[in-house]
Ligand binder design. Structure first.
Ligand SMILES: Nc1nc2c(c(=O)[nH]1)N=C([C@H](O)[C@H](O)COP(=O)(O)OP(=O)(O)OP(=O)(O)O)CN2
Ligand SMILES: [Zn+2]
Length: 149
C-alpha cells in the first residue's frame, strides 16, 4: 500500500508581541493564523475496520489539533515568559484576559516548532507528522518538515 499525505487546515486568532524586536511587531498586535497539518501513512486496508481506506480520520486529526493548539491559542495573547512582558501578562490575566505564557519568542518559526512537538505526542503510532505550515499574514509563513528535523 502506498504512503499518502493528508492535510487538515485550521484557523485561529491570536495576539502576540515580540519583546526586543526592532520593528512594529514589538507592539502587542494580532494575526488570523492559518495552520495546515500534514500527516503521512498508509490507508487502513481492512474492510472490517470502520476507518477502512483512511490514513487517519480527518475528524480524529481535527480533535488532536483543536485540543492541543486551536482551543489553547484562539483569542489568547501570547507572551514570552522569559522577558519583562511577563509583568504585562500578569496584569492582563488579573483583569480577566486570556493570556498564554510560552518559553520562547512567539514568532511563527518558534510557534510552529512548539506545535509540531505537541501534535507528534498525540498521533497514533502508525501515523507520522509530515509537515506544518503556519501562515501569520497573507504574505508570511513558517514551515516545519519532519525531513528537515
Ligand atoms: N522571521 C520572522 N519575521 C517576523 C515575524 C516572524 O514570526 N518571523 N513576525 C513579525 C510580526 O509578528 C508580523 O507578522 C509582521 O510580519 P510582516 O510579514 O512583516 O507583516 P506586514 O504586514 O508588515 O507584511 P507585508 O509585507 O505588508 O505583507 C515580523 N517579522
Ligand atoms: Zn505578529
Amino acid at each position: 500500500m502506498s504512503n499518502i499525505r493528508i492535510t487538515k487546515q485550521f484557523s485561529f486568532e491570536t495576539g502576540h508581541a515580540l519583546y526586543g524586536y526592532d520593528g512594529k511587531c514589538k507592539n502587542v498586535h494580532g494575526h488570523s493564523y492559518k495552520l495546515s497539518v500534514t500527516v503521512i501513512g498508509k490507508p487502513i486496508d481492512n474492510t472490517s475496520n470502520v476507518k477502512h481506506g483512511m490514513v487517519i480520520d480527518f475528524s480524529d486529526l481535527k480533535k488532536i489539533v483543536k485540543n492541543e493548539i486551536v482551543d489553547v491559542f484562539d483569542h489568547a495573547t501570547v507572551f514570552n515568559k522569559n522577558t519583562p512582558h511577563v509583568e504585562l501578562a500578569k496584569e492582563l490575566e488579573d483583569r480577566g484576559h486570556n493570556v498564554l505564557l510560552v518559553d520562547y519568542q512567539p514568532t511563527s518559526e518558534m510557534m510552529v516548532i512548539d506545535f509540531a512537538e505537541k501534535i507528534k505526542k498525540h498521533l497514533p503510532q502508525h501515523i507520522t507528522l509530515h509537515s506544518l505550515k503556519l501562515q501569520e499574514t497573507e504574505t508570511s509563513f513558517a514551515e516545519w518538515y519532519s525531513t528537515d528535523n
